[in-house]
Write a protein that binds this ligand. Sequence first.
Ligand code: NAI
Length: 218
Amino acid sequence: MQEKDISIAVIKRLPRYYRYLGELLENDVVRISSKELSEKMKVTASQIRQDLNNFGGFGQQGYGYNVEYLYEEIGKILGLDKQYNVIIIGAGNLGQALANYIDFERRGFFVKAIFDVNPRLEGISIRGVEIQMIEYLEEFVKSNTIHIAALTVPKLKAPAAAKELVNLGIKAIWNFAPTDLNLPPDVLVENVHLAESLMTLSYRLKEIDDAELEGTEE
Ligand code: NAI
């Protein structure tokens, strides 16, 4: 299958297709039309067709989509047919929660090590992975293939920690610290800022409240 230059907006929609198709598979659904898929996902059928056409399209006229095939192909596009070794830097609340989350493994993401600076955390095991002191990071990264580092340290510590990871050759950082990391362009950074999505929610709530207020003022 040929992949053209795909817009990031399309790429960001693919995990959602993947999740829905996974649920359909679990329910033994063999095939689905773009109309049915669109009703489930609450996006237009033409959006689905357009998105999937970026990858050559997987549907057949009059048949719809073969759920298993589409699920596997989207998985391949997202690189989920591979295994990724992940390390976590910062074993506080969030770092431990990530390490505890078993579902990442189902997607091919394996937590191989967790590092922290706090000696009180040393040796604590999270789902079989012991928290190590940060001094061992270099040795670990040099002797293991690590694809992704999750950064869950305090905001002020994040830039230096990220720099160290880059110096050790890490090429992808999953950044949870609420700060922008200025890293070389060949390093991939995916920011996850829960507070920002909460702010979007508060904006939408405010809109509803304002509309209700206007309604009562009439
Ligand atoms: P926490 O204070 O529980 O954990 C931070 C851990 O990082 C501590 O165990 C600390 O010893 C360790 N640490 C400090 N400097 C370090 C370094 N240089 N190398 C390795 N470990 C180091 O904090 P929490 O609640 O887990 O939050 C972690 C980060 O994630 C913070 O930056 C916080 O703002 C952010 N956060 C982001 C969210 C999001 O939506 N992305 C949600 C919650 C927290």
